[in-house]
Design a protein around this ligand. Structure first.
Ligand code: C2E
Ligand code: CA
Ligand code: CA
Ligand code: CA
Length: 279
């Protein structure tokens, strides 16, 4: 038993060690990734369930290393957050998305609101509103075409600070969306204090709506309460036509998910919008 215990420790140490080494590897290559132009934004269409037309896009970062390997944001965003590298990376994403929205606008595409993910660390920074304003001006984008997505947990980490920043953003006409809604501990009654525009219902609630009556009831009441607070509702992770139709019937305003399209490079997004709008 003694030797077995020892062997177990050895395996555990090895795993921990490998994890730490790989995090360090990611951190050091992350430091140079912006300069080397290794990031790209993909865009996932968001459709109005009323008209079935694309009205928005969520910008999702992709990292292609020089050796050709792709690293998913789920792997490197947490490391970027821990190390503070999310500040330059997040600014790059915001700048790139604003520029892209201007390109689409100038192509004469139907109006598209671009949603950009902002991490807790970026929100903590006092000047998020100021930085965003500067990037909008630099790109020449109208503030109303930008939406900022923050997770429920990022918002709850420092409520008073979040409210102050949100008020600045609201004054600037920038919309705020609470992402992954339902996974944290906040309630809609509580969120009433925040000047937010949109709630994005977490994917985990969407999975079961067809065969689980409880999930359907939860979504139904979230939608009803959100509408009574004048919030727009987006469902993410919609993978089937049946889910799409049911969410429309339940009154969900906007739909995003593989059923419509996965996140795609900017050029493919344009093709999708043109086809969807029959242009
Ligand atoms: P998120 O903000 O919740 O983004 C939605 C994720 O769900 C994306 O994963 C998207 O590809 C995926 N998804 C979309 N439709 C479906 C569907 O129908 N089914 C399933 N199973 N998944 C779907 P992705 O692109 O891997 O991004 C993962 C997370 O990384 C994002 O979750 C977000 O938290 C973070 N992230 C991505 N880009 C950025 C960024 O520019 N800045 C920051 N701070 N975080 C980012
Ligand atoms: Ca419909
Ligand atoms: Ca998001
Ligand atoms: Ca989400």
């Amino acid at each position: 038993a003694k030797t077995l215990g020892k062997a177990r420790y050895a395996v555990f140490d090895k795993e921990m060690h490998e994890k730490a080494v790989s995090a360090m590897d990611i951190e050091s290559s992350l430091r140079t990734a912006i300069e080397r132009d290794e990031f790209e934004l993909y865009y996932q269409p968001i459709l109005s369930s009323e008209t079935d037309r694309v009205i928005g896009a969520e910008a999702l970062i992709r990292w292609r290393k020089s050796d050709g390997g792709m690293i998913s944001p789920g792997e490197f965003i947490p490391i970027a957050e821990e190390t503070g590298l999310i500040l330059p990376i997040g600014e790059w994403a915001l700048r790139t998305a604003c520029r892209q929205a201007v390109v689409w606008r100038d192509m004469g595409l139907p109006e598209i609101t671009v949603a950009v993910n902002i991490s807790a660390r970026q929100l903590q920074r006092q000047d998020l509103a100021h930085v965003t304003q500067a990037l909008l001006e630099e790109a020449g984008l109208e503030a109303r075409l930008l939406k900022i997505e923050l997770t429920e947990s990022a918002v709850m980490a420092d409520v008073d600070h979040a409210i102050a920043i949100f008020k600045d953003l609201e004054r600037m006409n920038i919309k705020i969306s609470v992402d992954d809604f339902g996974t944290g501990y906040s309630s809609l009654a509580y969120l009433k204090r925040f000047p937010i525009h949109t709630l994005k219902i977490d994917r985990s609630f969407i999975n079961g709506i067809l065969d689980n009556e409880d999930d359907r009831a939860i979504i139904g009441s979230i939608i009803a309460m959100a509408h009574s607070l004048n919030l727009r509702l987006v469902a993410e992770g919609v993978e089937t036509e049946a889910q799409y139709e049911l969410l429309g019937k339940l009154g969900c305003d906007e739909i995003q998910g593989y059923y419509c399209s996965p996140p795609v490079p900017a050029a493919d997004f344009v093709a999708y919008v043109q086809k969807n709008h029959e242009l």
